[in-house]
Design a protein around this ligand. Structure first.
Ligand code: AHR
Length: 664
């Protein structure tokens, strides 16, 4: 390859907000700059559009109580404790009973009968919501319920929102009840904002009234959809520009036992018809949450729609006939596996099939006649052992025969090395799997040491999906793990290694994605929220900086002529962005001292403005929070290029992205 020109760029010293400090830089008795050499004239493999994505699992109240903004807990009275979340006020004479005769439908067998003997000032049943009910002043909320009156019973109920002291924030009437189940809906606009509103159903007449699917949802959802998703949380996802979204997990795909596994067919169609299921994370370790259920209001249709809305490729993961191997490890007998395989084939029809077919017709009836463009499917979650290989083989044979266009994701087990991992990789190579899903929840030191992991990987065979990872500062899975800058910085160093090896690594996602500050089971997590607010962690901003600055082709990069990792604590990757004709250089300085570097770009003549993004903190323990969401956040600037070498002073403990117009 002929290198046409060596481009000399101006001396820039970047410190804090980017500033030109050539003179100051010259005066310092600084160490000689490290040379980051980028060969822009030698573009290599493409960087997959799916390179940086997100992994959604309903853990930490990520769905009900989180992304799915239903405010009413146990809206259909289907929890094991049917009145969980509901209480009556003992101010008037009446009773609550759970009944199953003449239910709303077979998947929703229970309902609440309110019998009022003498209403006084109103017989009140209230709901606690998900660790409280968050409402915003002036926003509209849709309150709805299925109801029927029994005999000469009440034909209406009042629904009120109250503040913590009982003051009325707004109310509406649901009325005109008959003897048949009918859905009623009204709007409430609260007069004040509170994260802990009280929701009350008030019955003002004597007699019996039946209620089911009692719901309070915001009108203002992402894309203003009915049964839509929480806007601020989807916005945080959209801002990452994720290449894919993996769903619905995670261990919940597997279930503690097979009967508790995630079954996508139970999550589509009318929401009143979706059968509730206890969440796999309800009884995890010491953070018990017996009130953690899946209403499936956020089901597979909504996941596909979310993927489309945020421009991410959908990656559903399906149970392959194995319950969680950390729990029962229950296996579906070989003769029952066809049912699981059929679920996968039907899912492809649901996502992509013609509306003339059963599953395509269901998709159309839910409002999306066009295909969702499914291209990938995961077979099992974090499975291991020969039993998994047998099951993967059965799935792959059936799916590839009918849908060779669908890429299959296979598991590499729960650890990033060791016998389980080696065994699975060996078998997946033999079976020519498309993508192998590696998981690593490891200390920051592991991420730094493994920034060269994929420089050494075999180039042929299955590609890598770094499907779940997070730096655990207190040790893998230990209590005390925090979303601090130390973790995020190590992840950033590791990501340069993934990007440098984009020919091998085609996808990557941090895990888990969401956590409710008052109801979590696992930390660290990428995004935290309460009932009204949310924030991205330092790790979130690392994802954002990489996701929004992914190039389209990798180009060779070295530090001081050697591998672009762990050189004086520096880690780098470089790419070309064919969409903007820019050279994108990412450099992580993992050390506590500022570091002068010189960018030597061969095969380009950068001109005009360079765009620079810096994510840094001098404090490795720095964290973001609901009150200080931007303590660690990227700072962007532009610098006009001149004619000398491009010199940068990397801030201590920083991630720097430089986008240079290629100029050729
Ligand atoms: O991300 C949390 C859990 O970690 C996932 O559910 C599982 O796949 C892994 O063990």
């Amino acid at each position: 390859m002929v290198i046409k020109s060596r481009v000399l760029l101006p001396v820039l010293v970047l410190a804090g907000p980017v500033c030109l400090m050539a003179a100051a830089f010259a005066r310092q008795a600084a160490p000689a700059p490290d040379v980051i050499a980028v060969q822009a004239s030698r573009p290599g493999a493409d960087i997959a559009a799916t390179m940086f994505g997100v992994f959604f699992e309903d853990i930490n109240f990520a769905a009900d109580g989180g992304l799915y903004p239903e405010r009413i807990k146990n809206r259909s009275f289907e929890f094991a404790e049917p009145l969980a979340g509901w209480t009556r006020r003992f101010m008037s004479d009446g009773e609550l009973t759970i009944r199953t005769d003449r239910p709303l439908n077979a998947n929703n067998p229970r309902y609440l009968r309110v019998r009022v003997h003498s209403p006084g000032n109103g017989f009140v049943v209230s709901n606690t919501g998900f660790r409280g009910i968050g409402v915003q002043a002036g926003s509209e909320y849709v309150v709805s319920a299925y109801a029927r009156t029994v005999g000469p019973g009440p034909q209406s109920v009042r629904v009120t929102l109250n503040d913590e002291r009982g003051g009325l924030l707004g109310q509406a009437v649901l009325g005109g009840f008959t003897g048949e189940w009918t859905r009623y809906e009204a709007t409430i606009t609260p007069s004040a904002t509170t994260a802990r509103a009280q929701f009350q159903v008030v019955v003002d007449q004597a007699g019996d009234v039946d209620l089911d699917m009692v719901s309070l949802v915001p009108k203002d959802t992402w894309n203003n959809r009915r049964n839509g998703l929480r806007k601020d949380l989807v916005q945080l996802l959209a801002d990452l520009k994720p290449g894919f979204i993996r769903f619905p997990g995670g261990c919940i795909v597997e279930g503690r036992r097979l009967e508790l596994r995630y079954q996508w067919k139970n999550t589509v169609g009318d929401i009143a018809d979706r059968r509730n299921l206890i969440n796999r994370w309800a009884d995890e370790n010491d953070r018990l949450a017996p009130d953690y259920y899946q209403s499936f209001g956020l089901g597979f249709f909504e996941y596909f729609q979310l993927a489309e809305d945020i421009g991410a490729s959908p990656l559903p993961i399906l149970n392959c006939g194995m319950a969680c191997q950390f729990n029962s490890g229950e296996l579906a007998p070989a003769e029952q596996l066809d049912e699981y395989v059929q679920d996968a084939l039907d899912l492809i029809e649901f996502a992509n099939g013609p509306v003339s077919g059963r599953w395509g017709d269901l998709r159309a009836s839910m409002g999306h006649p066009a295909p969702f463009g499914l291209k990938m499917l995961g077979v099992g979650n974090e499975q291991w052992g020969p039993q998994y290989v047998e099951r993967y083989q059965r799935f792959a044979a059936a799916l590839k025969a009918k849908h060779p266009e669908i890429q299959l994701v296979a598991s590499a087990g729960p650890a990033p090395a060791g016998p389980l991992f080696e065994f699975l990789w060996g078998r997946m190579r033999e079976m020519k799997a498309d993508l192998v899903d590696e998981h690593y929840y490891m200390p920051p030191s592991w991420f730094l040491a493994n920034a060269t992991r994929y420089d050494k990987y075999e180039r042929s065979g299955p590609k890598v999906f770094a499907g779940e990872y997070a730096a655990h500062v207190a040790g893998p899975g230990r209590p005390g793990n925090r979303n601090n800058w130390q973790a995020a910085l190590a992840e950033a160093a590791f990501l340069t290694g993934l990007e440098r090896n984009a020919d091998v690594v085609r996808m990557a996602s941090y895990a888990p994605l969401f956590a409710h500050v008052d109801a979590w089971q696992w930390a660290p997590d990428l995004i935290w929220f309460d009932n009204l607010r949310s924030f991205g962690t330092p790790s979130y901003y690392v994802q954002k900086v990489f996701g929004t600055n992914a190039g389209t082709r990798i180009v060779p990069v070295t530090i001081n002529g050697g591998i672009a990792a762990a050189q004086h604590g520096l880690y780098a990757s470089a790419s070309l962005d064919g969409r903007t004709n820019e050279i994108v250089v990412k450099v992580v300085n993992s050390e506590a001292a500022a570091r002068p570097v010189r960018l030597a770009i061969d095969g380009a003549a950068p001109r005009g403005d360079a765009r620079i993004t810096i994510l840094a903190s001098a404090d490795l323990l720095a964290e973001n929070s609901l009150d200080q969401p931007g303590r660690v956040a990227p700072v962007e600037s532009r610098v006009t290029l001149g004619t000398a070498d491009l010199r940068l002073e990397l801030q201590p403990q920083s991630v720097t992205v430089v986008r240079l117009p290629k100029g050729l």
